[in-house]
Design a protein around this ligand. Structure first.
Ligand code: PGA
Length: 253
């Protein structure tokens, strides 16, 4: 079963200075004025940590929500040079957080670290966008489902608040490459991920699963029919107001 809300989450990665807020302001003005835009669509942007406070303040009562891209695996305060905890992120107004992006996994994030990031973020009432995805080799060796299942089961637990967990399925081979999965494969994978999540969280649970990897204003039309997909995690294209707006409007028009 699919959800009613569709998410468009922009991941700015290492991009942005204070004046880049004009990009988001233009997106916000567009969605405010576009009659076809409605509450079914949720727009979130994750700028770098340096911009979280000013952007969160600016967008406090507006349509766009602000999130962080990562956090340290320990919470509160500590003797960890350069580290930023979920408590610190929440304290400056962020509402969402990306955890487990393949960029961070490749830089050393282990499942144990990710579990603690997810748990600490949830404890601070942040909505977690937990990223999973296979690499090219896994895909070629038909290991995709096995890899995804392990990535989920090694981190998520029944005791976690599933209402605040969003999964972003991002095949590593599609991030920044212009390659996107075949519609059939994507549908099967999304359904598989939802099945795993339902087994963990049980009850009456409607998993939220996004797709991420090379989404742009053109290929977004191909995703329209895949109602099981509850939205998108958008990297490169989220750094331009025109590209981000194209994605949103080409999806719902
Ligand atoms: P991309 O990045 O849209 O540039 O492929 C997606 C991501 O890394 O989250």
């Amino acid at each position: 079963m699919a959800n009613n809300i569709k998410y468009f989450i922009g991941n700015w990665k290492m991009f942005g200075v204070p004046k880049s807020i004009s990009i988001l302001d233009k997106i916000n003005k567009f969605i405010k004025s576009d009659k076809k835009f409605n509450k079914k669509y949720k727009i979130v942007v994750t700028p770098p940590h340096t911009l979280l406070q000013s952007y969160s303040k600016f967008f406090l009562k507006k349509i766009i929500s602000i999130g962080a891209q990562n956090c340290y695996h320990k919470d509160n305060y500590g003797a960890n040079t350069g580290a930023i905890s979920p408590l610190m992120i929440k304290s400056v107004g962020a509402q969402y957080i990306i955890v487990g992006h393949s960029d961070n996994r490749s830089e050393g994030d282990t499942d144990a670290m990710l579990k603690s990031k997810v748990e600490n973020s949830l404890n601070n009432k942040l909505k977690v966008v937990f990223c999973i995805g296979e690499n090219k080799e896994h895909k070629l060796n038909n290991k995709t489902f096995e890899v995804l299942e392990n990535q989920i089961k090694n981190v998520l637990e029944e005791k976690f608040n599933f209402n605040n967990i969003i999964i972003a399925y991002e095949p590593i081979w599609s991030i920044g490459t212009g390659q996107i999965p075949e519609a059939d494969d994507l549908l099967k994978t999304t359904i598989f991920i939802k099945k795993i999540l339902k087994n963990i969280f049980k009850k009456k649970y409607l998993p939220v699963v996004l797709y991420g990897g090379s989404v742009d204003g053109k290929n977004i039309k191909r995703f329209k029919k895949l109602n099981e997909i509850d939205g998108f995690l958008i990297g490169g294209a989220s750094k331009s107001d025109k590209n981000f707006i194209d994605i949103i409007k080409n999806y719902y028009r």
